[in-house]
Design a binder for this molecule. Structure first.
Ligand code: DGJ
Length: 739
């Protein structure tokens, strides 16, 4: 023990990840992450925070060694660990739990070797963050071994230094002669030093997704999770941990986002002395994975980001990272078309002529893409039939999808179509032919939520059928856009093709199958823009975003509720990923009335779309909408590729505001939503902008006003709304650098 050499000599030639004796240093632009190999081979967590510099690292390493020396028996519970195995004097929640062939559940993984490589090794079968050039990232792979059983555990750390992002995952290989059962294998786990921590999560329900919720982390375990077979409306697989005072601009904050769309888990355990263990990965609920000798099991990726400058900077890092390293395909960097969707305009009740009428009117307003939603296939006049029968209903579309698509294309518009690939209606040809293709358990009821069952996507023949049936329609209609919906959770997670000892793999295999179909369709139709959806925003996660570069944020299109939903969504996910539509007033979900301008400014803060029969609008409404569409076309690059700043929270406030600034900081647009009228007695409170160039002057377009960036950010600027102007006054303000 006392032979440990603590002198940490810093040679930087190995790049941003390096090993200094028994300490690994992973340094981003504004962060450092340190881990150490303890004398017993355990991996200890040493630090995650602001960069330390050579002296700082040496000091920290020295303190760590001193702590080791004081604990010659190396009681695991006394240390901050990086990926806790189970059963040896650390009874905090483990990162893995394996049932060995002899029935024991103990494992002891110790450091064996490591590799540092440029870029990132490929992750097959799961959504993986990308590297666009090898310089984007470096990966540290730690190889650990359970000497008794011969199993190998690989821990991957891919560092994207530009965004202070660390992408973690784990893989377990059964090198022993007997099968083992994985009951838990997280993607990332680490221990924070003693302190007072807070957790910010984004929870909700259908039509109330991603509501921000802060709580203190108190002794005990907090589980954020989904057991619904989808990442879920109830809890988003993104959360933030903070220590001390944090707001938009100040404070240390740690983000955790999982690239997975099924049952997931984040655990936060505050243990004695206020140590905090955080883990994220696949949910251990209903999971038991039999791993045969020679087989390998890999976890999804967890994207961890650090900032010492509050929530705003954390969000910026996530936004830029997601735009560059999560989104893929032809639409990744392209301005998205303004779409109109017929769902709230017609629901299931439409004919060829209705869609064409909406499209023609939309085209006149400047809308670019007509999307035909649910109800075009089989015999689907309500939600009780035909899912799985992916051929057109000739009663509604006598000239077929092809005939309709041709006419829409003829108008100079793009054409999009809705599918719900993962589902089958009991009333369908598909179900008649293949009643065992759905997830079910023999002898048990099949739960028909929304009159539908979930297909067993773990089965290759199911995926092949869907690939063929969907491809046929997409080819015939020369379809430009697909809305991929998923309207019910997974229940009765049993598969007709798995033996009893693999049944508890069903849920994960199902999601792997969903990803496989998404990947195949992406490859077959690289030009198609896919939009994810799950009863609104029930599957808004990095996994889906890897295949579908935008997601319908919520079935709630109410102008006020949407402010909260989009605000919550923005903490992790950039506005280019938020599908947001102008709909009718009174709103169909809430019956609330909001002005057309308000609805536009909210929807224009993401990917603008419409969800209303614009042919029924008055001339004045059409004129107003056409004006906003012209404006959106001008500012879309700013909204979709600029930096987004939350300026004023809608929570507990009469006013919310946010802004977008381009990368060059020469242009900005500010949106202000005065939910309740300002009080006549109060002076308007200035809004302090962010992200501008303090040395430049900005002109407000269309106003006789020019202010310096410094002034706008320090003093702020106050828009004036009327105290007797009623609810829902709003404004957008465009700024350009003048000198
Ligand atoms: C749920 C989606 O979120 C809606 O936009 C719509 O597509 C319906 N499903 C159709 O069934």
């Amino acid at each position: 023990m006392d032979k440990i050499d603590v002198a940490v000599t810093l040679g930087n030639e190995m790049g941003m990840i390096r090993k200094e004796q028994n300490v690994f240093v992973l340094e981003g632009k504004g962060s450092a992450y340190l881990l150490g190999i303890a004398p017993d081979g355990d991996i200890h967590h040493l630090y995650w925070g602001t960069p330390l510099g050579p002296e700082g690292i040496t000091k920290l390493a020295g303190e760590w060694v001193e702590k080791l020396l004081k604990d010659p028996k190396l009681v695991r519970e006394n240390h901050l660990r990086e990926f806790a195995d189970f059963g040896h004097n650390d009874l905090r929640v483990p990162a893995l739990h394996i049932e060995q062939s002899d029935g024991s559940r103990l494992s002891r993984f110790v450091y064996c070797s490591h590799e540092i490589t440029e870029g990132k090794p490929e992750l097959k079968g799961l959504p993986g963050t990308t590297v666009n050039s090898p310089n984007d990232a470096q990966t540290l792979k730690l190889v650990l071994e359970d000497k008794l059983k011969g199993h190998q555990l690989e821990l991957f750390y891919t560092l994207y230094p530009e965004w202070d992002a660390l992408v973690r995952r784990a893989a377990l290989k059964n090198n022993g002669p007997e099968p083992v059962h994985i009951q838990k294998l997280m993607s990332a786990s680490l221990d924070f030093p003693a302190g007072d921590y807070r957790l910010t999560s984004f929870s909700g329900a259908w039509i109330k997704e991603r509501q921000k919720l802060d709580r203190d982390l108190l002794p005990g375990t907090t589980r954020l999770e989904s057991r619904k077979g989808q990442s879920s409306h109830e809890m988003n697989p993104f959360a933030m941990v903070s220590r001390g005072m944090v707001d938009e601009e100040k404070g240390e904050v740690y983000g955790f986002a999982l690239a997975y769309s099924g049952n997931w888990l984040m655990e936060a355990e505050v243990y004695r002395d206020k140590n905090l263990r955080i883990q994220m990965g696949l949910n251990d609920f209903d999971l038991k994975w039999r791993l045969e000798p020679g087989e390998n099991f890999q976890t999804p990726e967890c994207v961890m980001v650090y900032s010492d400058q509050g929530h705003s900077s954390l969000s910026l890092k996530y936004h830029r990272f997601i735009r560059r390293h999560v989104l893929r395909g032809a639409w990744k960097d392209k301005v998205r078309p303004i779409l109109i969707n017929n769902w709230e305009a017609t629901y299931f009740d439409f004919k060829h002529e209705d869609i064409l009428r909406i499209a023609k009117n939309a085209k006149e307003l400047g809308i670019e893409l007509m999307v035909l939603d649910d109800g075009w296939f089989g015999k689907r006049d309500k939600d009780d039939s035909s899912l799985g029968d992916w051929f057109e209903d000739k009663a509604k579309l006598p000239r077929g999808i092809q005939g309709l698509a041709d006419e829409i294309h003829g108008l100079g518009m793009k054409f999009g179509l809705w599918f719900e690939p993962e589902m089958v209606s009991p009333k369908s040809r598909l179900y008649e032919q293949h009643p065992d293709w759905c997830l079910h358990v023999p002898g048990r009821d099949r739960n028909e939520m929304r009159n539908q069952l979930v297909l067993d996507m773990g089965r290759a023949e199911v995926r092949d059928y869907l690939f063929k049936a969907i491809s046929k329609v997409l080819e015939e209609g020369k379809v430009d856009y697909v809305k991929w919906d998923m309207n019910r959770p997974v229940t009765e997670a049993g598969s007709a093709i798995l033996p009893p000892n693999r049944q508890a793999q069903t849920s994960h295999r199902h999601i792997l199958g969903v990803y496989d179909l998404m990947e195949r369709l992406n490859r077959r139709f690289p030009q198609i823009l896919f939009e994810g959806c799950a009863g609104g925003g029930g599957r808004f996660d990095l996994g889906i975003l890897s295949y579908h570069p935008q997601i319908w944020a919520s079935d709630n299109t109410d102008g006020l509720d949407r402010i909260f939903i989009q605000y919550g969504t923005s903490f992790c996910y950039p506005p280019i990923t938020h599908g947001s539509h102008v709909s009718a007033s009174p709103n169909h979900q809430t019956k609330r009335e909001t002005p057309l301008k308000w609805r536009h400014l909210v929807a224009m803060s993401g990917n603008l779309g419409y969800e209303v029969d614009v042919s029924k609008w008055t001339d004045a409404e059409k004129k107003e909408a056409a004006g906003f569409i012209r404006l959106y076309k001008e500012i879309a690059p700013l909204i979709q590729f600029g930096d987004y700043y939350r300026l004023e929270s809608p929570y507990g406030s009469d006013r919310a505001s946010w802004s977008f600034v381009n990368e060059a900081r020469t242009e900005a647009v500010l949106f202000v939503f005065q939910i309740n009228p300002p009080k006549s007695s109060e002076k308007p409170v200035p809004i302090r902008l962010r992200g501008l160039d303090p040395t430049k002057k900005y002109r407000f377009i269309g106003m006789d006003l020019e202010l310096s960036g410094e002034n706008l950010m320090d003093e702020g600027w106050a828009p004036s709304f009327n105290s007797d102007g009623g609810k829902f006054q709003c404004g957008h303000y465009r700024l350009v650098v003048s000198s």
